[in-house]
Design a protein around this ligand. Sequence first.
Ligand SMILES: Nc1ncnc2c1ncn2[C@@H]1O[C@H](COP(=O)(O)OP(=O)(O)OP(=O)(O)O)[C@@H](O)[C@H]1O
Length: 740
Amino acid sequence: MEHEVLHIEGTVEDVLFKNENNGYIVLDLDAGGELITVVGELGDIEEGEGLILEGSYITHPRFGTQFSAVYCERKLPETVVNIEKYLASGAVKGIGPGLAKKIVDVFGERTLDIMENAPFRLAEIKGISPKKCDEIAAEAQKLFCLRNLMSFLSQYEVKSRFAMNTYRKYGSDAMTLLRLNPYLLCGDYIELDFAKADTIAHDMHIARNDNKRITAGVQYILRANGGIGHTCLPLEVLAKKTQDTLGITESDFYSAYNAAIEDNELFEYVKNEIEFVYLPDYFYAESFIADRIHVLRDFSSPEDFDYDLLIDIEEEEHNIKYEKLQRQAITTAVSRGLMVLTGGPGTGKTTTLNAMISIFEKKGMKVLLAAPTGRAAKRMSDLAGCEAKTIHRLLEVVYDSGDRLTFAHNENNPLDCDVLIIDEMSMVDVVLFEKLLRAVRLGCRLIMVGDSDQLPSVGAGNLLGDIIDSKIVPVTELKEIFRQAQKSCIVTNAHKIVAGEYPDLTRKDSDFFFFKRTDYQQALKLIVDLAKTRLPKAYGYSPTEDIQILTPSKKGVTGTVELNKLLQDELNPPAKNKQEKKGYVYTYREGDKVMQTRNNYDITWSKDGEQGAGIFNGDIGRIISIDNRSSLAVIDFDGRKATYTFDLLSQVDLAYAVTVHKSQGCEFEAVILPIMGGFDKLCYRNLLYTAVTRAKKLLILIGTEEHINKMVDNNKRTRRYTCLRHMLSGKSKTSSPFGQ
Ligand SMILES: Nc1ncnc2c1ncn2[C@@H]1O[C@H](COP(=O)(O)OP(=O)(O)OP(=O)(O)O)[C@@H](O)[C@H]1O
């Protein structure tokens, strides 16, 4: 919901709550005698400071009016009383209430001016030694730097969190660096919109064809394309796009481009005589993966196992006869350093994997299991009978000295294991895989499991496909659908779809139902009826825990937005005892089923006394409380209770219905899938295949046969620009940055 944008001004009376990680704060502001509670991501504000704020009022029946601030200009306190209050509150490390009084008694209203411009004079105060004076001066400089940065950026209505991130990245030099190059604001970790940085640069009289502007524009375009899956772009495509977007000539482009290549701000890779351009991160990721895969591949077991005997023992113990390809997969896993195990549903991947784990453990090897999402890790744990972690958890997210996110496990601190098994590899992107490979010590086996017919990862790259297609890694593809699995129409229809055959929609006695509907309103009515009444009654399913509505698109009548609003009304209607918070797209309500839509490493959670941080893209949870007084909501993700500031709710969508893309790696007891047409770009085979294979026990298709078959016919593979396959095949014309 849009609110009227207002400006208010006042002095901070009291700081009620502060989140040091994301700068979120709740404070009382004295606005000319009126006390207003202010909430927002405003940074490290202290009592006594003057603020000019822009934002809007939000009202809560119990706690009254609060001002939700989006922009903040900070004025340091001017009166002696406020300066003392400000310093006494701990604004400058090393100054407490006693010292604050002494300093203000001596310097009065000029105190802050002296601290900023002549801090050596603090040594005039009795009790401040020259050493202490230096320490206080250094702390004070930090404070003034952030304040200057915030007030500079607030002129351009740049939100405070960008200023906070700029300060975190560049520290006390931030302002000086920005004056030289405002486009630094578009860089990694800050990621301000290029257009905004361009406005600042324009005011600073930076020319349109300045190399800094063009390089930043190119990087911005490459990053935006990374967001839709491309790790690089052909030079020709990039040149044209950049010229059009920035309004520059071809010669301007190439002059800046060549300089950026020279300075390693961009990288070029030649594939089949065509130049591809990379951002450093993606280039390092793909080159490192290619290098490291070669090293791991060449490792083979020094121990002389009798593989056949080991597999025979497993067969006897588990009363099973592995088929030829399963035996081959197990032998490869035990004898080689690296392999891919792939295959569609019901082809025995899990069974094979369990045999591998059993053999490794019998040999005294330490096996670790991981998957890209929480849900996939949970499923893996359930099937393998031992704990699987998310890749992020396995690598342990930590912050470096610059307060930037990194992983505790890397080449200097590798994972303590002999075998690492990664499930749902189709969902892993190149940047995360690079980090993972850095933490795999030489000699550790790496087994990658996944179905390459699933949709590719949300993040950039076509990792699993490229690894398989490169043919340099041993791949076992399981093809046989086991008898057990053949009973399931979900499994047999999934295999038909992937083979380009139309699914059998005629069966009424199976786990795969089709309801023909051509009218949208009738389809919606049926979805609600099935989710709310019929399936819970017939199968005992919980409408929100067991049943998931999947849909190709966000938009349209059967898109997620409309479906979620409808299903929220039906499954979790408003009630007196349910608190609510209005967001831009949805109203969030206690009891709502929700999904986190991006990786956030800062959100803190607790589970059975354990504390942790990080809620990731695709995690599904339930809102258990909304508190309008503190502007906080608590969401339960499978027992992890995570605290969200209201600003962070923009990263959360209702999840009664989710897109097929977002459902990757998840499985549900029952899936309802409307295929009504009207979303041509999303009308393709892999998407239908991915949706169908999300259902464990029951799949219900609603729509028309014509649209379903049209999806099967469209075998468009999502084309992604990457060079990994080429790099893996060792055909590179640029030398690897990692040497031999
Ligand atoms: N060699 C075998 N002989 C008989 N049955 C088998 C064999 N291997 C697997 N199965 C059975 O086939 C079914 C599917 O196997 P499994 O769950 O391992 O496949 P999957 O590829 O992991 O499937 P999904 O991807 O759908 O989870 C199971 O019921 C399993 O017990």
